[in-house]
Design a protein around this ligand. Structure first.
Ligand code: CAA
Length: 384
C-alpha cells in the first residue's frame, strides 16, 4: 500500500521496520512473561535517534516531522507495544513539552540526554482521585525561597520506575482552579521523591506503571516549566500530541495482529481447504484491512496537520478514538480467526489483544475524546 509519503519519511519507516522486526520483536513475548523493562531496546533506539525524533538538532535530536515520528512509533508498536508506550510518552509528552515550554537553560540541560535515550522521561498528571478530570488534582507545590515544596501522589505513571525525570503537575494556587496548576521537571534522586507501588497489568507488561509519591520534595524553582499557572495548558497541549502517538500504537498493534491472522488463514486447513478460501473469512479480512487503513489515514492526517502548524486537537482525538477502538476490534477478530490456538500463548494474538485494551483508556478515555471532539464542533456551547 502506498501513502503520500516523501522519500525521507519512507526511509525512516523502512529503517525502523527493519530494526523493530529484527531486534525489538524477538524479545516481546518473553518480556510480556517476565515484565522485564526494555532498557536494551531503548538504548539502541536512542542511538538510532528514535528517542528525540522531534527535538531540534541543536539540542541533539533529529528534527524529524510528526509524520515520520508516527510511522516510526507504529513500527515499534508492531514489534512490542510495551517498548512503544515508553517511546511515545518520552517523545510526544516529555521531550516535546520541554522543547516547547522550557527555557534555554532547561533545554540545554535536559534535551540532549533525553534525545539520546540516556534518560527516559515520564509524565505525572493523573492522581488516585483525578483521572479524566485532572483539574481536580490535589498535589501541591508551595514556594519556599528558591525551591518549591511538592506534596502529593501521582498514579498510573508510565515508566514511573525506570524514568530519570518526570514532568509533574501540581497546584501552586488552589483558588485559581486549573489556572493554579503548574508543571515541574523533577529528577529522580530528588529528596522526598519516592517511587510507589507498581501495577500488575493485563497488558503492556514490560512497561512499568507506578505511583509517584512526593513528600516535602524540594524542587529547585528553576525547574518550573513555563510560568506558574501554565501547568494545565502544558498538560493539555502535551496530550494532543500524545494522542496521535496512541493512534500510532494502535495502528502498529492492529497491523501485527492482522498480519499474523492472515498468515494463519493462508496455512490452516479445515473441511479440506485453506480457511482463507471461505468467503466468511475473506470478508472479515477485507473489513479488517479497511479499518486499519482508515485509522492509519486519520493518524497521518492529524500528524500532517500538526506539521503544518494548524490546530490539531480534534483530529488527534479523532485519530486516538477511532484507532484505539479499531485495534480492540481487530485483535478480537484475529483471535477468532486463530480459533482455540488464538486463546493460547503459542501465538502472539492473545498478547496483542491484552496490550490493546488500555489504548481506549490512557491519555484520555474514548469518552473524553468524544467530549473533546464535540466541544470542538460546538465551540460556542462548550459548557452545559
Ligand atoms: N490545548 C491547549 N489548551 C487547552 C486544550 C488544548 N488541547 N484543551 C483545553 N485547554 C485549555 C482551555 O483553553 C481552557 O483554558 P482557559 O480556561 O484559559 O480558557 C482550559 O484548558 C480548560 O479547558 P476546558 O474548559 O475545555 O476543560 P475541561 O475541564 O472542561 O475539559 C478535558 C478538559 C478535555 C476533560 C481534559 O481534562 C482532559 O483531557 N481530560 C483527560 C485527561 C487525560 O487524558 N488523562 C490521561 C493522563 S496521562 C496517562 O494516561 C498516563 C501516561 O503516563 C500515559
Amino acid at each position: 500500500m502506498s501513502y503520500p509519503l516523501n522519500d525521507e519519511q519512507l526511509m525512516i519507516q523502512a529503517m525502523v521496520r527493519e530494526f523493530a522486526r529484527k531486534v525489538v520483536a524477538t524479545t516481546a513475548a518473553e518480556r510480556d512473561r517476565t515484565k522485564e523493562f526494555p532498557a536494551d531496546n531503548l538504548k539502541q533506539m536512542g542511538e538510532l535517534g528514535l528517542m528525540g525524533m522531534a527535538i531540534p538538532p541543536e539540542y541533539g535530536g533529529e528534527g524529524a516531522d510528526t509524520v515520520s515520528y508516527v510511522l516510526a512509533l507504529s513500527e515499534i508498536a508492531y514489534a512490542c507495544a510495551s517498548t512503544a508506550v515508553v517511546m511515545s510518552v518520552h517523545n510526544s509528552i516529555v521531550c516535546e513539552s520541554i522543547n516547547r515550554w522550557g527555557n534555554e537553560e532547561q533545554k540545554k540541560k535536559y534535551l540532549r540526554r533525553l534525545a539520546r535515550g540516556k534518560v527516559i522521561g515520564a509524565f505525572g498528571l493523573t492522581e488516585p482521585e483525578a483521572g479524566s478530570d485532572p483539574s481536580a488534582q490535589t498535589t501541591t507545590a508551595e514556594k519556599d525561597g528558591d525551591v518549591y515544596v511538592v506534596n502529593g501522589t501521582k498514579r498510573f505513571t508510565t515508566t514511573g520506575k525506570n524514568s530519570g525525570l518526570v514532568i509533574v503537575t501540581a497546584k501552586t494556587d488552589e483558588a485559581k482552579k486549573h489556572h493554579g496548576i503548574s508543571a515541574f521537571i523533577i529528577e529522580k534522586g530528588t529528596e522526598g521523591f519516592i517511587v510507589g507501588r507498581e501495577e500488575d497489568k493485563l497488558g503492556l507488561r514490560a512497561s512499568d506503571t507506578t505511583d509517584l509519591i512526593f513528600e516535602n520534595c524540594r524542587v529547585p524553582a528553576e525547574n518550573l516549566l513555563g510560568k506558574e499557572g501554565d501547568g494545565f495548558k502544558i498538560a493539555m497541549t502535551a496530550l494532543d500530541s500524545g494522542r496521535i502517538g496512541i493512534a500510532a500504537q494502535s495502528v502498529g498493534v492492529a497491523q501485527a495482529a492482522f498480519d499474523a491472522a492472515v498468515k494463519y488463514a493462508k496455512k490452516r486447513e479445515q473441511f479440506g481447504q485453506k480457511i482463507s478460501k471461505f468467503q466468511g473469512l475473506r470478508w472479515i479480512i477485507a473489513d479488517m484491512a479497511t479499518e486499519i487503513e482508515a485509522a492509519r489515514q486519520l493518524m497521518l492526517s492529524a500528524a500532517a496537520m500538526k506539521d503544518a502548524g494548524k490546530n490539531f486537537t480534534a483530529q488527534a482525538s479523532m485519530a486516538k478514538l477511532f484507532a484505539s477502538e479499531m485495534v480492540n476490534r481487530i485483535t478480537g477478530k484475529a483471535i477468532q480467526m486463530f480459533g482455540g490456538y488464538g486463546f493460547t500463548k503459542d501465538y502472539p494474538v492473545e498478547r496483542f489483544y491484552r496490550d490493546a485494551r488500555v489504548f481506549t483508556i490512557y491519555e484520555g478515555t474514548s469518552e473524553i475524546q468524544r467530549l473533546v471532539i464535540s466541544n470542538h464542533i460546538l465551540k460556542d456551547k462548550r459548557k452545559p
